[in-house]
Design a protein around this ligand. Structure first.
Ligand SMILES: Cc1ncc(COP(=O)(O)O)c(C=O)c1O
Length: 391
């Protein structure tokens, strides 16, 4: 396909925003289309049996719109290979199945997206996989959790929803010393704020539904790696199991990714202003945000992140009912699951995104509220929170 650029070409572009806009596609040689076409074709004509024209035969195996997105994702994470999936969970499932076989063990974080925990705890354990939970911010606990049969250490940082921070470089040393692979779910930070492969991770995972897509209009996932063998396994499962995005979804995700840098800076600006407003508010008993100097992960976050992100969690002084009331009273902050879009969202993790962790080591406090800070005018956002928190 003439418009596809290789990741090596993109390596020449130093700037993140430039890569976000240009990597993966250059104007079509035939007609000059500046944006990647949506190749709404499930199959591709062949010039004789086995005579593929541009490397494509069937769209589950590959589609040019998806190829453009995959090259763009690889360039954004600074990786050799990118693979796109129909959801973050499809990407998670593919990574787990590529890494683990019956009898293997993995280390998982004590705080993580509820769906990730549900997949490991309810599905993978049925196939003879065992896991140990360790705090992402406790290197000794991670080291102690490793067993001879450990094949992977799976970390989110910052974590969803408690915003704990793991030291990626240090955890990669621990994992590699045990011959285990390190997977970083980089959904909360986005590749603009954090580049796990450069810090030693073997696989970076995204729910592209969130900051990469950025507009709450498409569900998707991604895996990026420098490891040829792992990428071959991912490609095999993309084709073999079929959890791939269609061309419209690939187009929307790539369109969103083009503005990641400007959106992330605005998400961070707004989140910092909101943290400042919430500090000392009598309705709030604690603010979980790695940008706060008193946050236990602040130093590590400052070392490995460009800025501290657009996600804030708070605990309410009035307990669970106060948390539910807060969620019910905002108007601009929409009560909804998900995160990372341009619009601000509020949710109660215990009853919503993390309900599946109830009764487990990953259970979240019931006085917790999570804010996904959007890019609206900051005065309006603070006004909405002020009103919702008024006694
Ligand atoms: C950190 C994290 N990882 C993975 C996922 C799963 O992604 P998806 O909803 O796109 O399947 C989510 C979804 O909320 C998430 O927050």
């Amino acid at each position: 396909m003439s418009e596809k650029k290789s990741t090596q070409d993109e390596g020449a572009w130093q700037g993140f925003a430039t890569r976000a806009i240009h990597a993966g596609y250059e104007p079509n040689a035939e007609n000059g289309a500046v944006n990647v076409p949506i190749y709404a074709s499930s199959t591709f004509a062949q010039d004789g049996v086995g005579g593929m024209r541009g490397g494509y035969e069937y769209a589950r195996t590959g589609n040019p719109t998806r190829t453009a997105l995959e090259a763009n994702l690889a360039a954004l994470e600074g990786g050799a290979h990118g693979r796109a999936f129909s959801s973050g969970m499809a990407a998670t499932d593919c990574a787990l199945r590529s890494l683990l076989r019956p009898g293997d063990h993995l280390v998982i974080p004590d705080d993580a997206y509820g769906g990730t925990f549900r997949l490991i705890d309810k599905v993978f354990t049925q196939w003879g996989i065992t896991y140990t939970v360790a705090a992402v911010n406790d290197l000794d606990a991670i080291r102690a959790a490793i067993r001879p049969e450990t094949k992977a250490v799976w970390i989110e940082t910052p974590t969803n929803p408690l915003l704990n921070v793991g030291d990626i470089a240090a955890i990669s040393e621990i994992a590699h010393a045990a011959n285990a692979k390190l997977v970083i779910d980089n959904t909360f930070a986005s590749p603009y704020l954090q580049q796990p492969l450069a810090l030693g991770a073997d696989i970076v995972l995204h729910s592209t539904t969130k900051y990469l897509g950025g507009h709450s209009d498409v569900v998707g996932g991604a895996l990026v790696t420098d490891d040829d063998e792992l990428d071959t396994a991912f490609a095999f499962l993309q084709n073999g199991a079929g959890g791939v995005p269609g061309p419209f979804d690939a187009f929307l995700t790539m369109r969103g990714a083009k503005t990641l840098a400007v959106r992330m800076d605005k998400h961070c600006d707004n989140a910092e202003a909101i943290v400042e407003f919430l500090q000392g508010h009598s309705a709030i008993s604690s603010i979980l945000y790695p940008g706060l100097p008193e946050h236990p992960g602040h130093e590590v976050a400052a070392k490995q992140m460009r800025r501290f992100g657009g996600m804030i969690s708070v605990r309410l002084a009035g307990g669970k009912q106060a948390a539910l009331d807060f969620c019910a009273r905002t108007e601009l902050f929409t009560l909804a699951e998900s995160l990372g879009g341009i619009e601000s969202l509020i949710e109660h993790p215990g009853a919503m995104t993390h309900a599946s962790t109830a009764g487990s080591l990953l259970e979240v406090p019931d006085d917790l509220v999570r804010l996904s800070v959007g890019i609206e005018d900051i005065g309006d956002l603070i006004g909405d929170l002020e009103h919702a928190l008024r006694p």
